[in-house]
Design a protein around this ligand. Structure first.
Ligand code: ZN
Length: 580
């Protein structure tokens, strides 16, 4: 019994001791959780966010992929800088059109605001000079919309860069970066299906970031596979750093054909606002050490040459012909005061430069695409502030050769036995490839079609070997003056297609020759006018866009369409009996 009491007392004592011992411990753990919640509010360290599992791609912004999340690490020196976002459809469902089509172009700016990074859209369509009172009104009515807001996740060790998570920018339905609103209506697109949308890749290069994402939209009228009730597209956004100092503009003039862009200027001394148009062109400048030679009329190599790379996928036997087509333009740039202004190169091999990619904005590439589309095209990307062409990729579809064979056969087989076979000799096809290469490169230099060019030549001159040898079959390679269907079998040695012609040299001079005496774009006008007036009565220097003007038509040749047509029909009558 005594023992029992002692044990009971001991038990009570021990029990109470345990309680006492536990109490402070419980208090400790309360403090711990407070501590932890404080920690959650404390900014996370760089290593907490960009963990050791991160896969990093260095470039304009460093891109980190951590598991399923994508982060941009933005160097603070790039905050506020203007960037051009070009949105294209990279791959499409059949029925929507060719892949590669440009959908949207915008200038963006990344801004830091408290604990967020804002992505804002900048407009360059309206301006007024900063020094004018009206500039404030222009600024106020062009408040930059915010496309997206990102929470700052962390900063790097020396606080020179900011990290944000961008996954949702590409997986959410951010319309300016996806399929355009205007086109959603045609397929009755209702919403984005996020379960069937994902990021394919985000890649960073020194001056651009390329993102590819697949978007699936619910649609009640898809162009194909109607039973699926959806459209899937692969979208490509290129974000390109714009130069700190925009190139000097050159204002356009409708008497010389150029791809141009326009801007409304409220600062001009006019009673109504006026739209200013300026050329899309490459930045070709004279090196400081060459100024004197340039002024003395010597040809000089520009500070930065225009370089085109030939896609590694191009069949070896066609490469030289494509290169020749590119460098054929050198002669036109000589009229602008430059030598070797445009050159063609093979890209480095994977061993020489494993990072080289046609997606890198620093490289313009003639891309060879294995596609049944019988076409080639030459789009370019330019700085909306100045018109500076930043990059251009020519798309060369394999089946452009089918098109060339058919044209060359129909238009020249009557007088040209080399155009009579089912497959042409490589030499013959190569010459045609060179011609198309030159024409497409012409577009990427800023030149549109000049359908008025071919009517400058008398029809009968196109039957003369000496005339066509000297002048080609049209003054411009930018006309649709494909092959000489006027020449008759007795016209030996006559040229069959145009070269870089009188008009092309004149247009390149007009758009590219630096006017060193001018201090600003406006001062160039008198000189540019003079260059036009020097040739005002010459049909060889005429520009005509396609339209109702009978002398500015596609596929015509010479100055008399009826006479040219009669010669052409004579030739067709020679071909037809040989077809069966
Ligand atoms: Zn064209």
């Amino acid at each position: 019994m005594k023992n029992y009491t002692i044990y009971s007392l001991l038990f009570v004592f021990l029990f109470s001791f345990q309680i006492n011992a536990q109490s402070p411990a419980k208090k400790d753990s309360d403090d711990d959780s407070k501590e932890k919640s404080k920690e959650a509010k404390k900014p996370k360290s760089y290593e907490d966010i960009i963990t050791k599992d991160a896969v990093t791609d260095h470039g304009l912004f460093d891109i980190h992929k951590v598991k399923e999340k994508y982060y941009y690490e933005i160097n603070d020196s790039l905050l506020g800088r203007e960037m051009l976002m070009v949105t294209r459809i990279a791959k499409t469902a059949s029925g929507i059109g060719f892949g590669g089509g440009k959908q949207n172009t915008q200038v963006l700016r990344w801004h830091k605001k408290d604990q967020n990074i804002l992505l804002r859209v900048v407009s360059h369509s309206v301006v007024a000079n900063d020094s004018l009172p009206i500039s404030e009104a222009v600024l106020n009515s062009n408040f930059e919309p915010i496309l997206y807001s990102f929470k700052i996740e962390t900063v790097n060790r020396d606080s020179t860069s900011t990290v944000i998570e961008v996954t949702k920018l590409f997986t959410d339905d951010v319309k300016p970066l996806g399929y355009p609103q205007s086109r959603r209506k045609s397929y009755k697109i209702t919403s984005l299906d996020s379960k069937r949308s994902f990021i394919e890749s985000l890649k960073s290069y020194p001056q651009n970031i390329e993102s590819r994402h697949v978007k699936t939209y619910n649609s009640s009228e898809p162009p194909s596979n109607a039973s699926v009730g959806a459209i899937s597209l692969e979208i490509n956004n290129s974000m390109i750093l714009l130069p700190k100092v925009p190139m000097r503009r050159r204002y356009s003039d409708q008497r010389v054909g150029w791809f141009d862009r326009s801007q409304v200027d409220y600062g001009l001394d006019n009673q109504e606002s006026k739209s200013l148009k300026y050329l899309d062109r490459w930045r070709l400048e004279v090196k400081d050490e060459d100024l004197e030679r340039f002024n003395n009329g010597e040809l000089v190599i520009p500070k930065k040459q225009i370089v085109y790379y030939i896609d590694r996928a191009t069949p070896v036997k066609w490469r030289q012909f494509i290169k020749d087509g590119i460098e054929d333009w050198q002669v036109a740039f000589e009229a602008a005061g430059f030598k070797e202004a445009i050159i063609a190169k093979d890209p480095p091999t994977k061993e020489e430069d494993p990072d080289w990619s046609p997606e890198d904005i620093r490289y313009s590439v003639v891309r060879y695409l294995a596609s049944p589309i019988p076409n080639a095209n030459g789009p370019h990307v330019s700085d909306p502030r100045s018109g500076e062409i930043l990059e251009s990729d020519i798309n060369w579809y394999h089946n452009v050769m089918t098109l060339l064979r058919n044209w060359f056969f129909v238009q020249t087989a009557a007088i040209n036995d080399e155009a009579r076979g089912v497959a042409f000799k490589d030499e013959v096809m190569g010459r045609l490839i060179r011609f198309v290469s030159s024409h497409e490169v012409g577009h990427t230099l800023g030149l549109p079609h000049n359908m008025g060019s071919s009517s400058a030549y008398p029809v009968d001159s196109l039957r003369s070997a000496t005339f066509t040898d000297k002048f080609g079959t049209a003054p411009s390679i930018m006309d649709y003056a494909r092959f000489n269907y006027i020449a008759q079998p007795e016209d030996k040695g006559v040229a069959l297609m145009p070269n870089i012609g009188v008009y092309d040299k004149y247009a390149i001079k007009w758009g590219y020759r630096p006017i060193l005496s001018a201090e600003k774009a406006e001062d160039e006008k008198a000189v540019l006018d003079k260059w036009i007036l020097n040739n005002q009565n010459s049909l060889l220097h005429r520009f005509g866009s396609a339209g109702i003007d009978p002398s500015s038509q596609t596929e015509d040749l010479g100055n008399d369409a009826v006479k040219a047509g009669e010669y052409g029909i004579k030739n067709l009558k020679r071909i037809v009996p040989n077809l069966i």
